[in-house]
Every structure is written in C-alpha cells, then in structure tokens.
Design a protein around this ligand. Structure first.
Ligand SMILES: Nc1ncnc2c1ncn2[C@@H]1O[C@H](COP(=O)(O)OP(=O)(O)OP(=O)(O)O)[C@@H](O)[C@H]1O
Length: 658
C-alpha cells in the first residue's frame, strides 16, 4: 500500500480546513439541488440547461457482448440505462469482473474490436463521436515513461497539451499545482521507475496518471479505478480533488469513475451511483439513496458498516460460501440476493425515472455539438517537446542505445582483430567482401534490439494519442529526430573501429560513405520495427516477426545467392528489389571496389590484374548503371517510406477503431 507523505496531507490544514469541514464544503459547492437527483422533473436540470458548455452523457439499453469462439457469445453488459451530468460525479461500482471498465470503455468509445455493442450512447442528446482530445480517460494501468521524474512527466505533458496561448511559466505553474493537488510534492524529483528500476510507488504512479489527464480540465473525464493502490486517506484526498474538478473555475465537468472500495467519506462525494453485478444494473440513482434502496429490498446495512462494503458484499458471488455466511444468518444464496435486488430495482420508481430523465436530457434542444478540437500546443511545439522528451528517455534507458553501443564496440573490436590489416592483395578481396557483408547484415540486424524500448514508447504513444495529447505526425517526427544522434554514435564509433583496424579503402570520402550507409541501414531496420510494433505490439512476437523479416531480406539480398540465380517469381521480383540489403551491399561494394585494381601472381609467376569494376559486375552481379550514392539515396528513401507507412497504419487504425 502506498502511504501518503505527511506533507501531502498539508494542503487541507494549510488552509485551516479540517477534513470534515472540507467534505461539507465540497458537498455544498459541488452538490447543487440535483444531488438528490432521483426526480424526473425538468426543474432539476434548470441550471444545466443554461450551461450549454457542459457534457451530458446518456446511455439507453446499452449491452455489450464478446465473442466466445465456438461457445457463442458472452454477455458483459445487459440493457443498462443511465446518465452522467455536468458538475456531477457518477461512480460505477460492483464486484471485480462485473463490467465496470467495459461500461467506461463503451461510454468513452474505446471498446475492443472483438466486442459488440448495442443500444444508444448520446452526448448532449446527439449521437456524436468523442473526438480525440474532447475527453480524458485515466485507464486502469499506469502507462508512463519510466525514465522521467514525476515533475518531468507532468511538465512535458503540460507543454504538450496546453495551448501555445499559455506562457511557459503558466504551464509550469499548472503542472506544479496539479502535482500538489495529487499530493505528489514530495516525489517530484523521483523517477517513475519500472521494470528492474525502482521508482515511485504504485499508488504514486496512479496519481501521476491522474495528474496528466486532469491538466487540461476536459469537460468529460473518465477514471478507471483512480484510487487503486492508495490508502484510505490518500483515496479521500484524490477523490475529493477529482470531485472538486467537477465545478472548478465556473465550468461544470462531467466525471465518471469506476471505483472498488470507497470509504464512507469517499462514498459521500458521489452524486450518482451505478451498481453493477455481472453486467446487470442492481441500482442506478443518487448515491445517497442507495442505502435506503438496499434496506427496502430486504438488505439493510448493518450499523457501523461502510455502506459500499455492504453493497459489494451482498452482490459478490465470486466467493459463494463466505458471502453466504456473511449474510448474517440469511438462508438465501448470493445469486438469489442479486435476483431480489435486480427485480426490486426494476420495479422501483427510480428504474422508471431513469429513462425519463435520459429522454428529457436528449430533448433539450439547445445543447451544443461537442467541441471537436481542443486547443493544443502547436504542431511545432509538440514536435519540439516530444523530441526533447524522447531524447531524454533514450539517454536514460540503457536498453535503447547504450547497451547496443557497448556490444557494437565489442563486436567491432572483434571484427578489427579477426580481419586485422587485410592488405591489398588479390586474396584480400574475399576478406573485404566478408567484412562488409557481416557489418551490413549482422550489425544492422542487431538494431532490432531496441524493439522492447520502442514498444514501451508505443504504449505511451497509444494512450496519449487516444486522449488527444498530440498528433501522430509529431510523434513520428520526434522519434526520428531524437534517434539520429544516438544512431550516429552507434554507427560512427563501432564503424570507425571496424573500418580502420582491418584497413578498408583509404580515403575520407569512402569512410563517410561507409558510415552513412551503416547509419541508414540501422535507421531503416528501426523504421521497419516501428511498423512491426504498430501491428504486433508485443515484445516477443514483435522480435520474432522482425527477425523473420530481416532474415528473409538477408537471404535475398544478393550475397548468399547471387542476383541472377535467385528464382524470379517472389524471390527476385519483388523481394530482392525491396530488400534493403541489396542497396546496402551494392553501395558498400561500390564504395570499396570502384576504381581499384588488385594484382595476383600465378603459380608460374605470371601477373594477373583484376579491376574493381570486374569484381562488382562479374563476381557480385552489381547493377553498375548508377553510382553508390544512388544506393544510399534508395536507403534514405526507404526510411522515409517506412516512417510514412507507420504514420498511415496508425491513422488507419484510428479510423477503424469503434
Ligand atoms: N475484450 C474482451 N474480450 C473478452 N472478454 C472481455 C473483454 N472485455 C471484457 N471482458 C470480460 O468481461 C468481464 C468484465 O470485465 P471488466 O474489465 O469490465 O470488469 P471490471 O468490473 O472492470 O473488473 P475489475 O474491477 O477487476 O477491473 C470480464 O469477465 C472480462 O474478462
């Protein structure tokens, strides 16, 4: 369990407000008349009708099913009807696996593609898509850049999400204020940490995730278990600040949160409660009336028991025996208890009122269409901030480039030693070719080693992109720019060792070409791996798929089987033509051999001369119609092509997402 540092509790006492008083204040300020919102009369919506900037979210007969293969379909949500209104906090509660996250996903338009949704979800009475950036969603898992400190993570995010009209200092102030609001002031300079590197605690990560999503104060906020990993005091402070957001700066925000185990104090912050059991509604209505509903249905909350604990205990059928015993001598099973509650809810006035309220919300004519574009940082700012963030991440993540640099140096020293001073004899031709092939194939092949780190980047990108933090174009550009210095480093240093120790062709121009070609190949492999990551976002499968693609290209690159010997359908056309190895090998061969002469002495003492052009044309069947710079240009063109393809795939995925 994460414990909140003492100073994190200070803001309340700093302002001379005690906990109870603050709760009262929250209730008074954020809970207008509609706190008792069970009634269906239109007066109830009076204030909201005037506030046409708020977001009314309604759902009617919402069902979600998932295909269970041959076993048919499994129902996750069944005929749910409800609403969430501006200035209010709707809590979704229920036992684990009852469908809370699925309901949130459905409302946020993020259901998995293997699910099927029926029923109607309306925003401000209209069917409209929640465009990127019009809502924020704090997901259950904390996908954060582990190498950054808390301050950096929130500050970079503020720079990305807040508009250019805000000054840098204002953005910084907003970030600092949000960090303080979430009680993270003592952890600001601690790295988030992740696999293998301990950083902040799980509960603190949860709060960093919330910080990042509440920075822009979107009008619609979804939170999936915002208090998981938090102790009861931290849960209360976090939830009270979230509740306060509902009516901050004179703007009413709609907040929907799934929550597992609210304390009595936290429960009192909820305006409405949606209680689910196995995807069915057990109760929907004012949170304050839920206790009475349970009592009237024959399940009164025992004195001194937290009502939310009582609700969950009554409807949790995962641990049948314990619950039965827990039902204070009651002879009925949990299944029966749930049936009684569901029927009791269906026959209640409240159940009749909910669709009426939904209809009334939908009838309101003056609701604006949801803003489709939120004001962001400009594209240039996004590129700049993302490049800086990515550069810092690559610098601090040993697995991204540093480990590769160390291994490349070791390999280059190995190569330099094995091929040390190959000389200029006829026999050195074979050694030169072998050395070049090893460098252009194996060293570039190892560029897939950065894949796991890139997959982590992709996860963060996907989460941030779904919440509309920045554009896909900015991500691709920044990822390309931030990688350049590191790729230069891993191609120049090991490249120089592997070039000069064996004594490859003398001359600055030749070395520059060699290193440029190595750099282009590494970047190309990374670009191909980006595409793999966008299709197979899983380490192991991605590395296997990536290695398979590289292996195939290596096979048809024109060395292991000469170009004219490759079978024409498929292997020569198109694979040989699209394999980057063809251009890498031919470019590096031309760089090494074009314009050179090698002498050999026969057994009888006769001299034999072979030119570099003959080696290229006759031995390696290189295409001599264009220069080595043409090969390099093809490699650079391929980098651009693969990066654009990645952009296209991500954009298409966004389009086909439900
Ligand atoms: N895309 C999916 N494919 C298959 N099953 C799914 C899918 N989405 C949800 N489910 C199933 O639906 C049920 C509800 O899942 P959901 O994540 O909504 O529950 P939850 O109430 O949020 O649980 P928890 O509180 O433990 O997070 C689970 O049994 C889950 O396995």
């Amino acid at each position: 369990m994460d414990s909140l540092p003492h100073s994190a509790l200070q803001p309340l006492t700093d302002h001379g407000i005690n906990t109870t008083l603050e709760m009262e204040t929250i209730k008074k300020t954020t809970v207008p008349n509609k706190r008792e919102g069970g009634g269906s009369n239109m007066k109830e919506f009076g204030t909201d009708q005037q506030d046409d900037d708020g977001v009314f979210l309604t759902w009617k007969d919402l069902s979600v099913t998932v295909s269970n293969g041959k076993r048919g379909t499994k129902s996750i949500l069944q005929d749910l009807t409800g609403y969430a209104r501006p200035g209010e906090l709707l809590a979704i509660m229920g036992p684990s696996g009852c469908g809370k996250s699925t309901l949130l996903d459905a409302l946020a338009g993020r259901l998995d593609s293997n699910t099927r949704q029926t029923g109607e979800i309306l925003i401000n009475g209209r069917k409209q898509v929640l465009a990127y950036g019009t809502s924020a969603y704090v997901t259950q898992d904390d996908t954060l850049m582990t190498t950054l400190t808390v301050r950096e993570a929130v500050y970079y995010s503020a720079q990305l999400q807040l508009p250019d009209s805000m000054s840098k200092s204002e953005k910084k102030e907003r970030a600092d204020m949000t960090i303080r609001e979430m009680g993270l002031q003592d952890a600001t300079d601690t790295r988030i940490g992740g696999w293998g590197v301990k950083g902040i605690s799980g509960g603190q990560k949860r709060r960093v995730s919330i910080c990042i999503e509440i920075l822009t104060r979107t009008k619609l906020l979804f939170l999936d278990e915002p208090t998981s990993g938090l102790d009861s005091a931290a849960s209360f402070y976090v939830m009270s600040r979230i509740a306060r957001l509902g009516r901050r700066d004179g703007i009413e925000r709609t907040i929907v949160a799934s929550i597992h185990q609210p304390s009595t104090e936290v429960f009192q912050l909820f305006h409405n409660l949606c209680l689910l059991s196995s995807g069915r509604a057990v109760y929907f209505g004012p949170a304050s009336a839920a206790n009475q509903f349970f009592a009237l249905s024959g399940f009164p909350c025992p004195t001194l028991q937290n009502p939310s604990d009582h609700f969950l205990k009554t409807i949790n059928k995962d641990f049948e025996k314990d619950i039965e015993e827990g039902l204070a001598g009651s002879a009925i099973s949990t299944e029966e208890a749930i049936e009684i509650l569901v029927e009791s809810y269906k026959s209640s006035d409240r159940f009749q009122q909910v669709p009426k309220q939904v209809a009334e919300i939908c009838k309101l004519q003056d609701h604006k269409e949801l803003e489709t574009k939120r004001s962001h940082a400009s594209f240039l700012t996004q590129c700049h901030v993302l490049t800086r963030r990515s550069f810092v991440n690559m610098y601090r993540d040993l697995g991204y480039y540093w480990l590769r640099l160390a291994i490349y140096i070791a390999l280059a020293i190995g190569l330099g030693t094995v091929f040390f001073n190959i000389g200029h004899s006829y026999g050195s031709i074979q050694a030169r070719v072998s050395l070049i092939i090893f460098i252009a194939s194996f060293l570039t092949f190892m560029a897939i080693g950065g894949f796991p780190s890139f997959v982590e980047d992709m996860k963060i990108f996907e989460k941030e992109r779904l919440n509309g933090h920045y554009s896909t174009g900015a991500f691709v550009i920044s990822n390309t720019l931030s990688a350049v210095p590191y790729l230069l480093l891993v191609s120049v240093i090991p490249g120089a060792i592997a070039y000069f120790l064996p004594g490859l062709r003398n001359g600055q121009e030749y070395f520059v070409y060699f290193v440029s070609s190595l750099f282009a190949c590494m970047m190309l492999v990374e670009s191909q791996m980006m595409i793999v990551a966008s299709i197979v976002p899983n380490y192991l499968m991605g590395i296997i798929a990536g290695a398979g693609i590289q292996g195939l290209m290596l096979l048809v690159g024109g060395f292991f089987r000469l170009p004219n010997d490759l079978p024409e359908p498929l292997w020569k056309y198109p694979l040989y033509e699209v394999a980057f190895h063809k251009y890498a090998y031919q470019g590096m061969f031309k760089n090494e051999f074009e314009g050179t002469i090698f002498h050999s002495t026969n057994r009888d003492g006769g001299q034999h001369i072979i030119t570099g052009e003959e080696i290229l044309r006759d031995t390696w069947q290189a295409e001599m119609g264009y220069s080595k710079w043409g090969d390099l240009a093809v490699l650079l063109g391929m980098i651009a092509f693969y990066r654009l393809l990645f952009l296209l795939i991500v954009k298409l995925t966004e389009k086909v997402r439900p």
